[in-house]
Design a protein around this ligand. Sequence first.
Ligand code: HEC
Length: 111
Amino acid sequence: MVSATEPTNSGVQLVKAAGPAAAAQDADGNVEAGKETFEQCGVCHNVDSDEAKMGPSLQGLFKKEKLTNGKPANLETITTIIKQGGNGMPGYEDLLEADEMKNLIAYLRTI
Ligand code: HEC
């Protein structure tokens, strides 16, 4: 029989689970702050009705099956549109700090 008291690793190194980087992408955005950032988008986008303004309504954005451009609505495609714009949608790549973008996404997930 193998001795049960055989020395093992103390376990100190075994706690390296999913680090902050995994969650940092958008899960920790601040919804309230994102809502404020969204004020500049609200001139062109409704969130509380499905009526289009200058741009399409963003109500239920992340729950949409497809975006206007035919791509699935997900973090990647939505972030790209916000950054690059196009077809009347301004690009926000240089206008929003990484934090603001994160907060904005957190807010968009709630609408
Ligand atoms: C000057 C008006 C204007 C502003 C300001 C604006 N957008 Fe847009 N947005 C548009 C237009 C127009 C489209 C449609 C583009 C197209 O059809 O390809 C659009 C498209 C989008 C889409 C894709 C929607 C879909 O269903 O395909 C998203 C997401 C979006 N905008 C988010 C934002 C966010 C977030 C902001 C603020 C940071 C913002 N927009 C600011 C005009 C605007």
